[in-house]
Each structure stands twice: as structure tokens, then as C-alpha cells.
Design a protein around this ligand. Structure first.
Ligand code: NAD
Ligand code: TYD
Length: 347
């Protein structure tokens, strides 16, 4: 297969490329990424070394009209679209960037694939499009109506609807995956778990939004990558597939568990103001991908979290590179949940 991965310099996309090159040594992977703040400077080099002649990289926005020519030049059979603005807090500060990449960028890719023809297109989406559950509610199936609450979730829902409409209108080979909160090595330290680990390792405060009793459904990134590959290989055009390890936890519980693994004191926990329109609970039902396509997760939360914590402990240079003073100045200037609660010294 000749695969185009977008957003392959970010967290999940880079894991997927590594997985795919190992799994299918005869395949070729083209990575298209415009390298936003979320693309780690080391990732492009690491993947180039790993992939050798089987790997190419284009520094390009998914909204660029040159995408069509790249699909033709590289004789692409399939696209997996990871490229996105992904952090909810940033979407509250600057929704425009999310609409531009997540909706308009995806539309440009869908259209480029249609122009070229005969391309399987897997669009990577999120459980956040379903909105928030209450504690006793059943988990969301693929038939649950979309009800996004953050600009990030709304932009992902918009892209999902465009992808489905494009499939129906033009009979394109398009599929959607919706996954829960990922964790693992190489995740940018603005997301909860890498932030907790990095702050704790530096004995800085660990910010908990609101009462900390929000629930997230956690999956180890490698299990998500195998799920996407399963859909790419065996999924049916026009279908949506939820991907979940069914590991729902209260934020405060997973934070305490992580601090425990690091042998750090819970006194680092600092309650701060809540995120506006903060979703209370996410939970996905993965029965469809399990029964129809035979996927199942391999990692328990305990195993995945241990592997993640160990990686961040051993690879401190990686996350310190992107946690410099400028990064924190950005947070202090813009952060909605009262960052003033945290002293300069803590940051
Ligand atoms: P990330 O923020 O780590 O990486 C995003 C990558 O996309 C970066 O390399 C960035 O440079 C690139 N990018 C951004 N805008 C671009 C553009 N306009 N053109 C080209 N490249 C661009 O994201 P992630 O956590 O790896 O998420 C990947 C995908 O998976 C996203 O679509 C996200 O919505 C989805 N997803 C993520 C999670 C999660 O927990 N992280 C869960 C479910 C679904
Ligand atoms: P996050 O990693 O931003 O993912 P998402 O909002 O997409 O689920 O946050 C996960 C949960 O952790 C979410 O309920 C918000 C909360 N959170 C904190 O309590 N403190 C933090 O510093 C961050 C980044 C998140």
C-alpha cells in the first residue's frame, strides 16, 4: 500500500507511521504535516531514519492546493487524516485556527482524493463529537447524535459530517474512526497525563480543573493505532467505528495514580478554575469494531500508564525541549482556568 498520513509529526500520527512501517515493510508512507507547535522537532528526523527509502515527508498545510499533485505524484492508495488542531483549551482561545484546519483542511483533502480517484480515506475523529454524558448514562454508540460543546469538538464534528456527506454524494471510499482520550510516549505536554508527569518530575503544581471529578475514557496510543489500521484494512465505506478500551476514570483518580507511580506527593495537586463548558464525562461503546472487525485492545490502563510514565522519566530531554519559558509565557498570557492561582515559581 502507498499511504499518505497527515499530521504524522504529531503524537498519534507518528505512532501510526512507526506501527505501519513495522507492520507492512513492503508499504510506502508519505507524511504531510505543516509542523505546528504540536509537531516535535525530533519526530520528522526519527521517522526518516526509521522509514529510510520507504518514507517521504512534505512540510505542507492540508488546506494547500498542492495536496492533489502529491497524491498523484506519490500514487497514493489510501489517506489517514490525523492533521488537526487538537487541544480544547487552545480552541477556547482561538477557534478560528480549528475551523481552518479541522474543517476547511479536511474538506480540501476530501476534494483532492475525489479529484485523483480510487483512494481509501480514513478520517480520524474523537469521542468529543458526541458531547458530554451524565454519570449513569449508557456509553455512546456510533448512532448517538453529535452534540459537541467545545470549538475543538464542534470543528471535528463538522469535519465528520463533511466526510460522511462526501461519501454519500460522490460514493467515495471514506470511513471515520472516533476514539477516546489517548496517552503514551511522545504526547505534547499540554494534555493532561504528560502535563501531570512533567510537572511532577519538576516538583511543580499539578493543575486540576474544577472539582476533578470529570470522567475520561483512556486508551493506550498503540491500541488506537491498531484500531485505525483495522478500519483501514477491513472497514466498510461510509461507516463510523468507535475505538475504546472501556477504561473510564475520574480525572482526580488517574492524576493520583500517576503521582503514585512517580512516587510524588499528592500535595502537588492544585485545584484551579474550571474550563468553560467542560464536558463532565466521555465514554464510548466499542462493540461494533470488536464484533464486526475483530479489534480489541491489548493494554490495560495499568500497563499503558506504567509504560508512559517510564518513557517520560527516561526521555526528559524530549519534553523539556518544548517546555521552555516561551511555552509557559503563552500559557500565562492566555490560560482561561486561572493560571494566576499558580505562582511564577511553580511554573
Ligand atoms: P497532535 O496535536 O499531537 O498532532 C497534530 C499534528 O497535526 C501536528 O504534527 C501538527 O503539526 C499537524 N497539523 C496541524 N495542523 C495542520 C495543518 N493545517 N496541515 C498539516 N498538518 C497540521 O494531535 P494528536 O493528539 O496526535 O491527534 C491526532 C488526531 O487524532 C487528531 O485528528 C485528533 O482530533 C484525533 N484524536 C486525538 C485524540 C487524543 O487523545 N489525542 C483522541 C481521539 C482522536
Ligand atoms: P485534556 O488532556 O485536555 O483532554 P480533553 O479535554 O480533550 O479530554 O484533558 C483531559 C481532562 O483533564 C479534561 O477533563 C480536562 C482535565 N485537565 C485538568 O484537570 N488539568 C489540566 O492541566 C489539563 C490539561 C486537563
Amino acid at each position: 500500500m502507498r499511504l499518505l498520513v497527515t499530521g504524522g509529526a504529531g503524537f498519534i500520527g507518528s505512532h501510526f507511521i512507526e506501527y505501519f512501517l513495522n507492520q507492512y515493510p513492503q508499504s510506502e508512507v508519505t507524511n504531510l504535516d505543516c509542523l505546528t507547535y504540536a509537531a516535535h522537532p525530533d519526530t520528522v528526523d526519527r521517522l526518516a531514519q526509521l522509514g529510510g527509502k520507504k518514507y517521504s515527508f512534505y512540510k505542507l498545510d492540508i488546506g494547500d492546493s498542492a495536496v492533489t499533485q502529491i497524491l498523484k505524484d506519490r500514487k497514493i492508495d489510501a489517506v489517514v487524516n490525523f492533521a488537526a488542531e487538537t487541544h480544547v483549551d487552545r480552541s477556547i482561545l482561538d477557534p478560528q485556527a480549528f475551523v481552518k484546519t479541522n474543517i476547511l483542511g479536511t474538506q480540501n483533502l476530501l476534494q483532492a482524493a475525489r479529484t485523483v480517484g480510487k483512494i481509501r480515506f480514513v478520517h480520524v475523529s474523537t469521542d468529543e463529537v458526541y458531547g458530554s454524558l451524565e454519570p449513569g448514562d449508557p456509553t455512546c454508540t456510533e448512532a448517538t447524535p453529535l452534540d459537541p460543546n467545545s470549538p475543538y469538538a464542534a470543528s471535528k464534528a463538522g469535519a465528520d459530517l463533511l466526510a460522511l456527506a462526501t461519501q454519500r454524494t460522490y460514493q467515495q471510499d471514506i470511513l471515520i474512526t472516533r476514539c477516546t482520550n489517548n496517552y503514551g510516549p511522545y504526547q505534547f505536554p499540554e494534555k493532561l497525563l504528560p502535563l501531570v508527569i512533567a510537572n511532577a518530575l519538576e516538583d511543580k503544581a499539578v493543575p486540576v480543573y474544577g472539582d476533578g471529578k470529570q470522567v475520561r475514557d483512556w486508551i493506550y496510543v498503540e491500541d488506537h493505532c491498531r484500531g485505525i489500521d483495522t478500519v483501514l484494512q477491513k472497514g466498510k465505506a461510509g461507516e463510523v467505528y468507535n475505538i475504546s478500551s472501556s477504561a473510564e476514570r475520574l480525572n482526580i483518580d488517574i492524576i493520583k495514580k500517576t503521582l503514585g507511580m512517580l512516587a510524588k506527593s499528592e500535595s502537588l495537586i492544585t485545584y484551579v478554575g474550571d474550563r468553560p463548558a467542560h464536558d463532565r464525562r466521555y465514554g464510548l461503546n466499542p462493540e461494533k469494531i470488536r464484533t464486526e472487525l475483530g479489534w480489541q485492545p491489548r493494554y490495560s490502563l495499568e500497563e499503558g500508564l506504567k509504560a508512559t510514565v517510564d518513557w517520560y522519566v527516561k526521555n526528559q530531554d524530549w519534553w523539556k525541549k518544548v517546555r521552555n519559558k516561551d511555552y509557559f509565557k503563552y500559557y500565562q498570557a492566555n490560560y482561561q482556568p486561572k493560571v494566576s492561582d499558580l505562582s511564577e515559581a511553580q511554573l
